[in-house]
Design a protein around this ligand. Structure first.
Ligand code: SF4
Length: 669
């Protein structure tokens, strides 16, 4: 069996001059600059883009995590490419990667060997792009990835606490590809191969660029154009900014969207409509590229890459999410419509995984952005074609949505039957509301129950992740999540299946504090309700307003972008820490604080609930602790580059964490 050391380095895309020479290239067509280490795996955007470029017959090299603080030799080491530079901050927005919800700098980075921080600048896309423009002013720069994608239009930047224009302005890049890059990139590559300069291309879908001047922009492909309020108007008028967001979100979620334009300074930003959702053949083509599924060998002595360790034995079955949660960027980046891989392609990847030198028979995640949306789509797609809803399941499940879990159950069973697979777990979060009959009436043939049986009995790795996110129905409405009563119903159903099979696999619910619409009393209620259900919460996070989300717009403007009605958000550090503290009602050092705080606020009843001993009939908290102690299988959260969340959400910032000794920072200091 081939180990990573034995595999020839030419199996990876080149990242050094020597590796370029080993391929016999005297020139490189496209050079990619990435804020992440190079992991040649389909969950890592730079690898996907690199492999696509390679598959189109181009010579492509990668410069991962270049030093931006020295004499810039990393940017110069491969010379200038024939066609263009491609720039990405990495799998996450660099600011989300670098800072906690309270703007405290993180001491680690999951996308760097050894988890070391300091190998990527803040606002990485802009920093890299400007450097390239300075060194090679005549070479086009194309930016992409989640940071560029979600900053494509005027957006609120939480870290600078102000509105920023499209990232095209500050980065000085020539073009931006938003969303998943395969389709636009393939079309762009075919054009540049024909000799069309990248920066002259205007008619490809899913790209954005700046045009000089404020005159009407020429139109292509019969696209209709929608004009947003200009960046300067947004700076003056928060309501106009909120209204802009609604237009951008509606267009992002349409089957056939319009082109968007926005004036900024003396230029016009043009955002071409997205491509249609990738079909099965296109998805397979992307996932079937010849990835080594391993980090580049150069990192062998620098320690493991935490994000890779989490996903190295996982399989992503689909893209997109029709949930439309207010705080999430998945649909803004991957789209509302689900793009699924074929069963054949997934099984091929299972086979490939079994050949991995470290594979021991366990798949850590058979999942996607949400675990259970595989192959789901509209029953009559002509209705979807005219639809503008940002979510297919909020406030109610659309009657046109086919939520059959049959294809997914069949796939689980098929993977389960593979002779080399001992267990295939589902580590991605399960969208539980799809499985609650009172909320989703489409369970006539019982396929949801069949799925749950299969999931609970065969694919839970000790604990099952679900994300009710809150218990307050008012906050949940702002979040575009279902009422909490449906979580209770799901739990009942889950517990019954467990009881039937003699299983003890606790549910691990995820919650968010300080989300727009959430008051302090809501957090006290959340603590009391979850305690009552037997949970001692651990997977919790404090809200971070990330670009291009409904919640970010509410945070900045104070109004909901659809209704323009005011919504309160906890904003100060103190307010945020206070809300977060309620999650930890069970810690001895918090009990006194809870008592004083709730009595002061006039919630004697809640104080009594939270400080009373755990009910004898509700010993699940203890069971959870026992299972957690015994559990040897590490749950994985898929760190795909579409996620806005940092990978590790367990450690909460704030007052209760014992300060860990800070590791000596290396980075590009
Ligand atoms: S018609 Fe229904 S299923 Fe189709 S996109 Fe709209 S909400 Fe989703």
């Amino acid at each position: 069996m081939i180990t990573v050391r034995e595999k020839p380095v030419t199996h990876w895309l080149p990242i050094t001059k020597k590796e370029v020479e080993m391929r016999g290239w005297d020139e490189i067509d496209v050079i990619l600059i990435s804020g992440d280490a190079y992991v040649d795996h389909p969950s890592f955007g730079t690898a996907v883009i690199g492999r696509i470029i390679e598959s189109e017959g181009f010579r492509v090299a990668i410069i991962p995590q270049p030093n931006w603080k020295d004499d810039l030799r990393d940017f110069k080491k491969l010379g200038k490419p024939k066609y263009f530079f491609g720039v990405t901050a990495g799998c996450m927005d660099s600011m989300v990667n670098h800072y906690t919800a309270n703007k405290r700098r993180r001491s680690n980075d999951s996308y760097t060997p050894g988890g070391e921080a300091g190998f990527r600048p803040d606002y990485a896309t802009t920093v890299y792009s400007k450097i390239l423009k300075e060194i090679y002013p005549d070479v086009p720069v194309l930016i992409g990835g989640i940071e560029a994608s979600l900053r494509r239009v005027t957006h609120y930047d939480y870290w600078e606490d102000k509105l920023l224009p499209s990232i095209l302005v500050d980065s000085e890049a020539d073009m931006l590809v938003y969303g998943m890059g395969e389709q636009p990139l393939r079309d762009l590559l075919r054009l540049v191969k024909k000799g069309v300069p990248l920066n002259s291309i205007k008619d490809v879908n899913q790209i954005a660029f700046l045009e000089e001047g404020l005159e009407e922009v020429e139109t292509y492909n019969d696209w209709e154009t929608v004009e947003l309020a200009s960046h300067e108007v947004c700076l003056e008028d928060k309501i106009k900014y909120a209204s802009n967001f609604k237009i951008v979100e509606v267009e992002s979620n349409k089957w056939q969207a319009n082109r968007i334009v926005q004036k900024v300074g003396n230029k016009t930003l043009v955002i071409n409509p997205p491509y249609k959702t990738m079909d099965e053949a296109e998805m397979d083509k992307s996932f079937d590229l010849p990835y080594t599924r391993m980090p580049h060998p150069k990192y062998a002595k620098r320690g493991t890459i935490p994000a890779y360790e989490m996903i190295k034995f996982s399989i992503n079955m689909h893209r997109g999410c029709f949930g439309g949660c207010s705080f999430c960027t998945i649909s803004a980046h991957q789209g509302k419509f689900i793009a699924s891989r074929s069963e054949e392609s997934i099984m091929k990847e299972v086979d490939a995984l079994t050949q991995h030198p470290e594979f021991k028979g366990y798949i850590s995640d058979l999942g996607g952005p949400s675990a259970n949306m595989y192959r789901m789509k509209g029953k009559d797609e002509s209705i979807c074609n005219r639809c503008q809803a940002p979510s297919c399941i909020h406030p109610v499940i659309c009657s046109n949505l086919d939520t059959s879990h049959k294809p997914l159950t069949k796939l689980y069973q098929k993977v389960d039957a593979h002779p080399e697979i001992k267990k295939a777990f589902v580590g991605s979060g399960v969208r539980y509301d799809l499985l609650v009959d009172d909320f989703n009436k489409n369970n006539q043939d019982g396929n949801h129950d069949e799925y749950m049986e299969q999931l609970v009995t065969r694919h839970v790795s000790g604990r099952l992740k679900v994300a009710p996110e809150h218990t307050s129905d008012a906050t949940l409405r702002v979040m575009r999540k279902p009422g909490f009563k449906y979580f209770r119903k799901f739990k009942d159903k889950y517990d019954k299946i467990q009881e039937k099979h003699g299983l003890k696999q606790p549910l691990i619910p995820y919650f968010i504090s300080s989300h727009p619409g959430c008051e302090e009393a809501d957090m006290a209620n959340l603590a009391a309700e979850t305690k009552d259900l037997g949970f001692k919460l651990e997977q919790v996070q404090d809200f971070t307003p990330t670009p291009m989300t409904v919640a970010e717009v509410i945070y900045y403007t104070g109004v909901h972008p659809y209704t323009l009605q005011p919504i309160h958000t906890a904003k100060t550090k103190e307010e945020k820490l206070t809300q977060n503290k309620y999650f930890f009602w069970y810690k001895p050092e918090v009990k006194g604080w809870i008592k004083n705080r709730l009595l002061k606020l006039g919630h004697k009843d809640l104080a009594a609930k939270l400080l009373s001993p755990i009910k004898p009939q509700n010993q699940e908290i203890k069971k959870v602790e026992e299972v957690q102690k015994k559990s040897t299988t590490v749950m994985s959260e898929k760190p795909n580059y579409n996620s806005k969340k940092p990978i590790e959400t367990k450690t909460q910032e704030g007052v209760f964490d014992k300060k860990k000794p800070l590791k000596k920072k290396k980075g590009w200091a």
